[in-house]
Design a protein. Structure first.
Lengths: 348, 247
């Protein structure tokens, strides 16, 4: 994007981020979830859009971060096995210091845990390409949810109640809102920097022709795993925050919601325009607004409405909103096009 | 002159098809070597064997004296042995400059240089080489929008950007308009002369090979038919027979 457009966009986003929860106090959790969705879509786009590897399993890292943080936070005051086995029956009391030490350590551990898991998984799944990679990663996410459900140490299928926030509800909402907003901002600026380095070029090259990249000496395997682990790190961080924000975590609906958030993040990136920095951000906004509106106004038909939007997007509008804008207004993005040629010949 | 690439009795078959049978040849440092042969004679298979695209059945391939027949494509590329493709391959959604910048040599790269910024000297060299192949004015265009001939030039420029010791070119003039071919021959010669890149070229166009190469090998039916200076090869009865179909 050109400089002035970019400054304008950041200004609008900053205003939404800071003034949104001030003026619409009742929607503070909604806006927090919006930032989480922005993070999901933008980090999915690292591999999905920029590198051309459509992962359906990034939600694994969301859940992994959540569970790692839960274990870290609980173990500060209690024995984890005892805590989860009692399922709320033992009297839990975290002091304020314990709580905040726990949550900050937990979030960082969640990020690092997810990062490490993604490296191991990456070594296995990046041998796959195209649709096989998509299905392989989907399998990983589904398996992760089922697997965690069998581990009694982690509360099994009945989940874990997270430590309770020491303070009133409004303060709690603001605390988690700020965490979501800040982590999403950090991830955005990190990716913005990343796409401007050699790394950004290399993953674009892998997207366009992986065999050629390999033949030019680029260490494609390393790039692929690093790209995925960056996404995993941020997903782990935000997963840890989300678990605490909800207050109760369990494997299928909260930690590894493959069929909802796992798919939403792909849908958002596609809607906004994959392979662009801003597409997934815009996609997340549009998607979240449509989703919440249909939930309110078309209750009972909300899934049909959402499905229709995804179908229209995939069939008629594959390049997404930003991709379409780049085609009709390339000068907004500082792109150069050869006007002398007519588009039919350009495929040659 | 040293032998940069030494191929010794290499055989490769795909199922029942003997694509390469007991092939030996050497590519000398600093000159342009050509390889000719009718369609299906095994030229591209030999290229693929050299760059590690597939394992060979028998024989040995050495690069600067080191055995490379067991190495992978990326490892061989990082040694400085690069190839271009017969079906031109570029990064078609990126612009020309980006294509060039990502083609820098990966030989001395480590983990931290993966994240290095896009330095000025790389950009300068990219533009210099784009100018050399005549694509400077198109440098900000998406490479997939270029014509086929321009894409071939870009692929050649990307290979030069990598500073290879040897460049294997698979039919560099195929599909290029005849008036541009002369320009390309000139640039191949200059790359060899001025940048010191040893070239090994598969070529169908006889006029091009005779003009370009100082040593030519001829393959037919997967076997080495003849090798020598172009003037000799041109007169060799076996080569003429192979091309005119006397077999």
């Amino acid at each position: 994007m050109t400089r002035s457009n970019e400054i304008l966009t950041y200004l609008v986003l900053g205003l939404v981020g800071i003034l949104g929860p001030v003026f619409f106090e009742n929607y503070i959790q909604q806006i927090a979830v919006l930032w989480i969705m922005v993070l999901m879509a933008t980090t999915w786009d690292i591999t999905g859009g920029q590198m051309g590897y459509n992962s359906l399993g990034n939600i694994t890292f969301f859940g992994a971060g959540m569970y790692v943080s839960a274990v870290v936070q609980i173990s500060i005051g209690y024995d984890v096995a005892e805590y989860t086995a009692a399922f709320g029956a033992i009297k839990v009391d975290f002091t304020e210091t314990q709580y905040f030490t726990g949550i900050y350590l937990g979030i960082i551990a969640g990020g690092i845990g997810a990062f490490l898991i993604s490296i191991l998984l990456g070594m296995a799944v990046f041998g796959l390409r195209g649709p096989y990679f998509a299905i392989g990663t989907l399998g990983v996410a589904v398996a992760a949810g089922q697997l965690v459900g069998t581990i009694q140490y982690l509360g099994g299928g009945s989940g874990i109640s997270m430590p309770v926030y020491p303070g009133d509800a409004d303060e709690r909402n603001v605390f988690f809102y700020i965490l979501c907003f800040v982590i999403t901002l950090v991830s955005h600026f990190f990716l913005r920097w990343l796409y401007g380095t050699q790394f950004g070029l290399a993953i674009n090259a892998i997207r366009d022709d992986e065999d050629k990249a390999e033949a030019m000496g680029i260490k494609t395997a390393t790039y692929k795993i690093v790209a995925w682990s960056i996404a995993a790190f941020f997903m782990g961080l935000i997963g840890a925050v989300f678990g605490n924000m909800i207050g109760f975590i369990e494997p299928l609906e909260v930690a590894f919601p493959t069929a909802t958030f796992g798919i939403f993040m792909v849908a958002m990136a596609l809607l906004g325009g994959k392979g662009t920095l801003w597409g997934p951000v815009l996609g997340a906004f549009v998607f979240h607004i449509i989703k919440e509106t249909t939930w309110t106004l078309l209750l009972g038909w909300q899934w049909v409405a959402l499905g229709t939007i995804i179908i229209i997007n995939i069939v008629f509008f594959q390049q997404g909103i930003v991709g379409w804008l780049q085609e009709i207004k390339p000068e907004w993005f500082g792109l150069t096009v050869d006007r002398s040629k007519n588009p039919e010949n350009s495929k040659a | 002159m040293n032998d940069l690439i030494e191929v010794q009795s290499v055989s490769k078959s795909f199922g029942g098809v003997q694509a390469n049978q007991d092939i030996s040849l050497s590519v000398k440092e600093g000159i342009i070597t050509g390889m000719i042969g009718p369609n299906g004679s095994g030229k591209t298979t030999l290229f693929n064997s050299i760059v590690g695209h597939h394992p060979i059945d028998q024989g040995s391939i050495r690069f600067e004296g080191e055995e490379i027949s067991k190495l992978r494509v990326g490892e061989i590329a990082r040694l400085g042995l690069l190839r271009t493709f017969q079906q031109t391959r570029i990064y078609n959604k990126m612009n020309c400059v980006d294509n060039m910048e990502i083609s820098v040599s990966q030989r001395e790269r480590n983990f931290s240089s993966m994240f290095s910024g896009r330095k000025g000297e790389i950009l300068d060299r990219a533009e210099e080489i784009l100018d050399f192949v005549g694509l400077y004015s198109k440098r900000h265009l998406i490479s997939g929008d270029l014509s086929f001939g321009q894409q071939k030039l870009l692929e050649f420029a990307m290979a030069l950007m990598n500073k290879p010791k040897v460049l294997l070119l698979d039919e560099p003039t195929a599909g290029i308009n005849p008036t541009l071919i002369n320009g390309l021959i000139d640039r191949l010669k200059r790359a060899n002369d001025e940048m010191g890149v040893t070239l090994f070229v598969i070529e169908h166009n006889m006029r091009v090979v005779m003009n370009l190469a100082s040593h030519v090998f001829c393959l037919a039916h997967g076997k080495m038919l003849a090798g020598g200076p172009p003037s000799e090869i041109q007169k060799d009865q076996r080569v003429i027979d192979a091309y005119l179909g006397a077999h």
